[in-house]
Ligand binder design. Structure first.
Ligand code: HEC
Ligand code: HEC
Ligand code: HEC
Ligand code: HEC
Length: 369
């Protein structure tokens, strides 16, 4: 072998090694699936990574329900000292729900995560005050927002998944519109490659204006002349896109899950999921404005954000990377206590479960059995 061919060989080897190194950093093209969502030819398809899909499925399994109980015993309102939300549950239902809440929120810490040891009635523990509000919030979601959560509904587990602090939540960020200088403040919270917005350089806190505030999300002009017709400029539009990246990331979907990209504006061409999302935006605003943000004074400082605000919810808090939280499995069906309508329905099927039944009667029944 002469010197020249030796050099060629070495450089070829170097190229091969370099290429191998580069490719090692890429994902193999296998393990991808596509599913057609829209009309044929519209390119409205979902790209599914079968490997991360398996991980996601494993992470979003629902626990087995608590063993069912017959409603029996006196009502919690008569039995206990400080029940403001669950007063209409019977003793057995109340205990079952406490067990479930422990499993959903604080399986490691147990009852005492929310209770002062030895005194369940004691109110001097912030986690109890927070979870009472959480109970009310969960009921509101199930009772008032069928336009979003449908028949599936939610329980504490949807957000908490066995952790006292849900994995996905948000705080206000510097440069957000609430800061002095408003939306015009210098960096506008941009160019941070934030995971909030799919690591794009879009404004990284689209939550404050759109999911706490009710600023206009739509930004495409509907008339020919820009003057007067559209108060939102291109920079404002970037906030809209930041929010849209968050939608896609939280649900693990492409833009075409909710839009026919021929026109992002048109509702006629959009799949029904966009309407569900529209209601979802309004629902999340209510959760943040009425329930989560006002809990600020209740939390200890270490639970608050860098700017002193309470932890809040966005789409990812429930969805956690999946188009329907927990893959659409309804846990609520096993916990009618968290939805007035279901509770009434159950009472009509089995008369013994009539919630209005006087506790004396229930006690008689229990004794008869
Ligand atoms: C995630 C928080 C949380 C966990 C965990 C929890 N509880 Fe509770 N508990 C509450 C809240 C909130 C109330 C008040 C409900 C209301 O206002 O309607 C309450 C009330 C009670 C009461 C009524 C006390 C009174 O006299 O007012 C009892 C009894 C009780 N819980 C027992 C338990 C038991 C037993 C466990 C463990 C198996 C448990 N709880 C776990 C949040 C929790
Ligand atoms: C829509 C999502 C969502 C649902 C549903 C939900 N939570 Fe929460 N929860 C949150 C968020 C967000 C926080 C704030 C996390 C923090 O405290 O830092 C929170 C905080 C809490 C905390 C305080 C934890 C701590 O250590 O600061 C408790 C306790 C709690 N939730 C109990 C419950 C119970 C019980 C239910 C069901 C009745 C429930 N949650 C339902 C989102 C939810
Ligand atoms: C989960 C559903 C969903 C996903 C995914 C989604 N969008 Fe949207 N999009 C909506 C909804 C709902 C609105 C209207 C919001 C409103 O009116 O409050 C909207 C509005 C818009 C608008 C403004 C339209 C107008 O009339 O001005 C644009 C632009 C847009 N989306 C682009 C995108 C892009 C780009 C992506 C992907 C990165 C995306 N969307 C992903 C639901 C979605
Ligand atoms: C409180 C929990 C919760 C929050 C927060 C939440 N969702 Fe949902 N979402 C659900 C549930 C539950 C379903 C399933 C409803 C069903 O089975 O019909 C759902 C369904 C959807 C669907 C329909 C999916 C499909 O496959 O048809 C879309 C789209 C959606 N959500 C978008 C959003 C967007 C966008 C946000 C944030 C603005 C959001 N969701 C916030 C609970 C939530």
């Amino acid at each position: 072998m002469n010197e020249r061919s030796g050099m060629i060989l070495t450089s070829r080897l170097a190229v091969a090694v370099l290429a191998a190194l580069l490719i090692a950093g890429c994902e193999m093209p296998t393990g991808k699936d596509t599913e057609q969502l829209g009309y044929r030819g519209t390119g409205m398809e979902a790209v599914i990574n079968t490997r991360s899909e398996a991980e996601l499925r494993a992470a979003n399994q629902v626990p087995a329900p608590q063993p069912p109980v017959e409603p029996a015993g006196p009502l919690a309102s008569e039995l206990y000292e400080n029940v403001e939300v669950l007063g209409d549950l019977t003793l057995t239902e109340f205990n079952r729900l406490m067990n479930a809440m422990t499993e959903w929120v604080s399986p490691e810490e147990g009852c005492n995560y929310c209770h002062v040891p030895g005194n369940f009635a004691d109110e001097n523990i912030y986690t109890k005050i927070v979870s009472r509000r959480m109970l009310e919030m969960t009921k509101t979601i199930n009772e008032q927002w069928p336009t979003h959560v449908g028949e599936t509904g939610v329980t504490c587990y949807t957000c908490h998944q066995g952790e006292p602090v849900p994995e996905y939540l948000w705080f206000e960020e510097r440069g957000g519109p609430r800061q002095a200088g408003g939306m015009a403040a210098s960096r506008r919270g941009q160019n941070l490659a934030s995971p909030n917005v799919g690591s794009s350089s879009l404004p990284s806190d689209p939550f404050t204006p759109f999911l706490l505030g009710d600023e206009e999300i739509r930004s495409i002009p509907t008339t020919m002349l820009p003057e007067g017709s559209n108060p939102r400029n291109i920079m404002d539009t970037e906030w809209t896109y930041g929010l849209m990246m968050h939608f896609s990331e939280s649900l693990g979907v492409n833009c075409t899950f909710c839009h026919n990209t021929r026109s992002f504006m048109s509702w006629d061409g959009s799949p029904p999921q966009r309407t569900t999302a529209w209601h979802g935006i309004r629902m999340v605003r209510e959760l943040n404005v009425d329930y989560l943000d006002p809990l600020q004074p209740v939390y200890p400082d270490e639970q608050l954000g860098p700017h002193g605000d309470a932890p809040k919810a966005h789409c990812g808090t429930c969805h956690q990377g999946v188009n329907k939280p927990l893959y659409g499995v309804s846990m609520l069906a096993d916990y009618p206590e968290l939805d007035k309508v279901r509770r009434v329905a159950r009472a009509t099927i089995s008369p013994a479960a009539e919630p209005a039944v006087a506790s004396a009667q229930v006690e008689d029944q229990v004794e008869d059995e």
